[in-house]
Design a protein around this ligand. Sequence first.
Ligand SMILES: C[S@@+](CC[C@H](N)C(=O)[O-])C[C@H]1O[C@@H](n2cnc3c(N)ncnc32)[C@H](O)[C@@H]1O
Length: 416
Amino acid sequence: MSVLKVEKSLYGPYFLAQTEEGKKVKIPRTAPGEIWKGKHLKEDIFQPLTPLRLNYTIRRVGFCGYYPFCGSCQWQHIKPQHQREFKIQLFEEYIGLKPQRVIISPSEEGYRVKTFLYWREGKLGFKKAWFYDIKQPIMDIVHCPLLHPRLNKVLKLLKKVKFPKSLHAVELFTNPQREEVFFKLLFLRKEFPEGDFIKNLVEELLSLKPKDLELSIGIYRGEYLNWESVQVYGNWESLIEVGDYKFLVSPDAFIQPNHYLWKEFIQLIKPTEVYKKGLELHAGIGFFTLHLSRYVEKLESSDIGKESSRLRELNLKLNRIRNVESYALDAYKHLKRVKEVELLVVDPPRGGLTKPVVGLILKKLPKEIIYISCNLESLKKDLSQLREKYEIVKTALVEQFPNTHHIESVVWLKRT
Ligand SMILES: C[S@@+](CC[C@H](N)C(=O)[O-])C[C@H]1O[C@@H](n2cnc3c(N)ncnc32)[C@H](O)[C@@H]1O
């Protein structure tokens, strides 16, 4: 057991602390200015056991019954304005500049339209944080305050169902503007149920739903990150309206998770000037494409996902946008075949841009780059190379994920 003085938030689930011997270590679920007795777990990570001094200018009591043990939230015990301060500080630490604009989520609850729940040994929920139990058992969750209320309503219904052992996980998605919920039931390939099992399960689920709720169910078979659709019961698309735009969305394509911020986020993503030729990579369903099309004469837009590219194509038609060419393409392949690009917009997955993509950008040298990122680490890594030829001219932080350490950032770069 050691006595630890907590100094500051780190990017991730931990806070930086100092031992009595002056060694820097990491400890989760604490707050700067606090003193804790902690147990050493592994490497430089400690588990908080007994508080010796708590900092109630920063701290509050976590409002969810599963906190602090649930692995999904990391900062619920921190007051919202201080969560924001931590994020601003971390942005500055990683990017070297303060965010010029911070877009705040109007609520820290009910913001998520999508969730992923594991099914293990009769429990449907999230994994417990590893520093409370190394085996990370599933915590049976009956209500998650971050989820849209409609998802919590169906979560209660799901508790009445006895799923088979072969079920791996359930993904839920709701359109916040309609009484619609989409379930994806993910079954492990090698234990996929036979006979009428699925049909009976779907009937059972449908019999539980309230009359005013549209429920669609998709059955998937596969393994980790590789799931193929076997059958869909009900409608598998939904329409959302965000400001001037209409989007067809589907449970099989990415959607920005915080529905409160959709409108402001779309309006944020525009270049600092109007260009003739633009290229948007990682475009998904066209969430930013429609608005971006107003700021370029001609835009090419792509995503590796077939389903999101199909939807983006439909969304361009639905909104009568004619200056965008849309492709289902890998980012590197698309960038390579484009001769000239003035504006480049990228919104890569958590790992950031691949090395070859960064290399190509530095060859093609677009005048302006808008980089949307959900991971400060990978953004920092990519910027360290891009800064050889670019300078940051504008920055923003979007508070997509209250109560978690996740940070959504946007930087605008111009060729030097
Ligand atoms: C963070 S999402 C952003 C999607 C979209 N910009 C939006 O806001 O809805 C990242 C997207 O990158 C796509 N993606 C992943 N790897 C890719 C690759 N190698 N080339 C092109 N797109 C890729 C994913 O399919 C996903 O749609």
